[in-house]
Design a protein around this ligand. Structure first.
Ligand code: ADP
Ligand code: ADP
Ligand code: ZN
Length: 215
């Protein structure tokens, strides 16, 4: 089973993905997480990706598509995979089809989490992320039990550099221009389920579970 999470930055994709992966034991593929760890390790990929990520722009397709292609060949993906943050443009969606089809796979469902822009800005600027496991928290909406400490692994929480107000605005503009066309693209293929992502985390998860159970 291949599931895609689609939605603007701050929609709650990572938050929901954590719960989905736990319940359905899907392999988790977050291009954002993979790129951030490449930047941290200083690998050639990280060195190339860094300047785009800092500005809130998309990393070029040739880098990102390869990451996903290789990741999908790993054994844990045989049972199914959850894609978070990829595809992010029509060209990436087409590339994904060319990667999946020789593997005899296809996308089963695209879950689109829809959130108003004011709410996105509030979520992103208050987001804190675990340095160790990548779990996402919010200083007001989803605080950890102990301030600045991850509930899951005890890791330290930090604020992503690209969650500053200026970069957030650029990321939202990039989303509107390059990613939003995917809503129509997948809707035409009959693959899209849209969820109101302004609700609380548990309600959204319950709706995702309904969608997945129907497959
Ligand atoms: P994305 O992966 O889509 O960029 P995240 O899952 O990291 O989004 O969530 C963005 C921020 O919003 C985080 O600080 C997270 O704790 C918070 N958040 C996620 N879902 C909700 C929700 N339903 N209501 C309020 N805040 C949320
Ligand atoms: P968010 O969901 O909060 O926007 P991500 O962690 O998914 O953040 O992505 C962070 C950054 O990593 C993006 O702003 C972009 O620079 C880069 N990135 C992640 N996924 C992709 C992708 N599929 N294509 C191009 N760039 C990507
Ligand atoms: Zn953690």
């Amino acid at each position: 089973m291949i599931i895609v999470l689609l939605g603007p930055p701050g929609a709650g994709k990572g938050t929901q993905a954590e719960r989905m992966v736990q319940k359905y034991s899907l392999a988790y593929i977050s291009t954002g997480d993979i790129l951030r760890s490449a930047v941290k390790s200083g690998s050639p990929l990280g060195t190339k990706a860094r300047e785009y990520m800092e500005k809130g722009q998309l990393v070029p397709d040739e880098l990102v598509v390869n990451i996903v292609k290789e990741r999908l060949l790993e054994p844990d993906c045989a049972r199914g995979a959850l894609l978070d943050g990829f595809p992010r443009s029509v060209s990436q969606a087409q590339a994904l089809e060319s990667v999946l089809s020789p593997l005899g796979k296809k996308i089963d469902r695209v879950i689109h989490i829809d959130v108003t822009e004011d709410e996105l800005v509030a979520r992103l600027t208050g987001r804190r992320v675990c340095r160790e496991c990548g779990s996402s928290y919010h200083i007001k909406f989803n605080p950890p039990k102990v301030r600045n400490v991850c509930d899951h692994c005890g890791g330290e929480l930090f604020q992503r550099e690209d969650d500053s107000l200026n970069t957030v605005k650029e990321r939202l503009a990039v989303y509107r221009e390059q990613t939003e066309p995917l809503i129509q693209y997948y809707s035409r293929q009959g693959l899209l389920s849209t969820i109101n992502g302004n609700d609380d985390i548990d309600e959204i998860f319950a709706r995702i579970v309904e969608i997945l159970e129907a497959l």
